[in-house]
Design a protein around this ligand. Structure first.
Ligand code: FAD
Length: 456
């Protein structure tokens, strides 16, 4: 067995791990990234390739470093195809959006973290987390080419993605770390990168289409005019979709994909739930998908992973400087995540909960009747407001869906109440339980109004 010693060990060379490690290395601390894939394969991640908020990414890896992977920066709207209503809705996407060459982006962030000073250990599968008698994480154990390797560190950062194996190994009993996690909080998704012979007409749009079940959708994201990321996913509470076959069926029915060639395929699980209430334990922080830092309505997780990684990295540096890696010391990381996007994602999750309890045709009819900009606002900001005039227009165009709309407004009021509650996220771990009680009371009302089964 070989042993390595670092100030911080980060598991996973994805977005969250690379931004965390780059932040820590820039502050002059020794940091390792341990990755199960080979150096060639690292950065190859199942993804829709859409990068939201590309203009305001954290600086630990300079934007100029990742920009060469932005292959389409012309996208400015979502195109929602609703076959049930024979309607196509064009909805503006606020903020900068790029469709990227995801593998190239993955390689570039690895290069960025490497240039910042992080050390990489590839082909190393992490299998266990070490803890001392007080429950503090003190390192990890993995396998590299059949040999056991140990990494001792003051702090472990878990950037191992969805359903992180590390969390099965840690005894979280002395911490607030959120263990209320079930497979039903995840979506199963699959995507193919497809090259078409002729440029598509919608190369400035992200195309969405409902799948045959309410909690699923098909997407077409144009990486260029002729290279399209085509994928689909569904919430794991539903009857499983046959992802590969269903995608094939959809591709076959669209004439723009005639003669298309598949150039890459990958599938994975992604969290479509609220962020973990707490992603800290003594000496331990989880970042990105490993702490559900994903917009649960769009499945967009790259930006959340980059920010969470940076915030965890910054907090790790403070903890190392203070010589204190207790949960109280790391707690500020949770607060920054909740302040920036965690509360918003939790309130968006309410619409996911609603979608599990309604009929897909009703939902599509309702969406088709709502004004596009307002839907866009709701989708990305987690909140929206209707002027009286807009309300009248909406009421006229949505005749036949009034009862759902009334229900939708009740749900929206509760989602807003939830968002306000997340703005009061506690400033110390000991206050978390009281805050959770009030949050759970709001959630109970949400289940009652939507008729959905409790998600958490
Ligand atoms: C099909 C699909 C489509 C998506 N589309 C989009 C999109 O269009 N836009 C968007 O913003 N987001 C999208 N997402 C979500 C996005 O890909 C993730 O949110 C993001 O990649 C999370 O980054 P991460 O660093 O937390 O985890 P990951 O990128 O998953 O990285 C985790 C890393 O940890 C490594 N690892 C895991 N376990 C171990 C172990 N035991 N030992 C060592 N290494 C380990 C993995 O090999 C991997 O390199 C999509 C996800 C899926 C599945």
């Amino acid at each position: 067995m070989s042993t390595h010693e670092y100030d911080v060990v980060v598991v996973g060379a994805g977005t969250s791990g690379c931004y965390a490690a780059a932040t820590i290395a820039r502050a002059g601390y020794d940091v390792a990234i341990v990755e199960r894939k080979s150096a060639e394969e690292a950065g190859h991640i199942a993804c829709g390739d859409a990068l939201k908020g590309a203009d305001a990414f954290p600086e630990a890896i300079p934007k100029s470093k990742i920009e060469p992977a932005f292959t389409n920066t012309e996208v400015d709207h979502g195109r929602f195809e609703i076959p049930q209503e024979d309607t196509v809705l064009d909805i503006p996407v606020p903020g900068e959006l790029a469709v990227i060459d995801r593998w190239e982006y993955g390689r570039l962030i690895i290069e960025g973290a490497d240039e910042a000073g992080a050390e990489f250990h590839y082909d190393t599968v992490v299998q266990d987390v070490l803890q001392d008698d007080d429950g503090r994480a003190t390192g990890i154990v993995g396998k590299h080419e059949g040999e056991t390797v140990q990494f001792d560190a003051d702090i472990v950062i878990d950037g191992a993605g969805s359903l992180s194996l590390l969390q099965d190994k840690v005894d979280f009993s002395g911490s607030t770390f959120d263990t209320n996690v079930s497979y039903s909080h995840f979506s199963s998704a699959y995507r193919e990168v497809v090259e078409v012979p002729e440029p598509v007409e919608w190369s400035d749009a992200l195309v969405f289409k409902p799948a045959e079940i309410a909690a699923g959708y098909v997407w077409y994201f144009p990486r260029t005019e002729t290279i399209i990321n085509a994928g689909l996913g569904f919430q794991m509470t539903e009857e499983p979709m046959k992802l590969v076959d269903d995608l094939k069926k959809d591709l076959r029915n669209r004439e723009e994909f005639e003669g298309a060639e598949v150039i890459d395929k990958l599938g994975a699980a992604l969290p479509t739930r609220r962020p973990y209430d707490s992603a800290t334990a003594p000496g331990y922080m989880a970042v990105g998908d490993a702490a559900a830092h994903v917009n649960p309505t769009t499945g967009g997780g790259i930006a959340g992973a980059a920010y969470a990684g940076s915030y965890a990295g910054e907090q790790a540096v403070i903890a190392l400087e203070e010589g204190d890696v207790s949960e109280e010391m790391l707690w500020r990381y949770n607060q920054r995540v909740m302040d920036h996007f965690g509360g918003r994602y939790a309130s968006l999750d309410v619409y996911n909960i609603l979608s599990t309890a309604v009929d897909v045709d009703d939902l599509m009819g309702l969406i088709a009747s709502l004004p596009g900009e307002k839907l866009a606002e709701a989708l990305y900001s987690g909140t929206t407001s209707f002027s009286p005039l807009l309300l009248l227009q909406t009421a006229a165009s949505s005749y036949g869906h009034w009862s759902q709309i009334l229900n939708f407004f009740k749900v929206k009021r509760l989602a807003d109440e939830l968002l306000t509650h997340y703005e009061r996220y506690p400033s110390r771990p000991s206050a978390l339980a009281g805050w959770q009680d009030e949050r759970d009371r709001i959630m109970d009302e949400i289940y009652e109004v939507t008729g959905a089964d409790p998600k958490y």
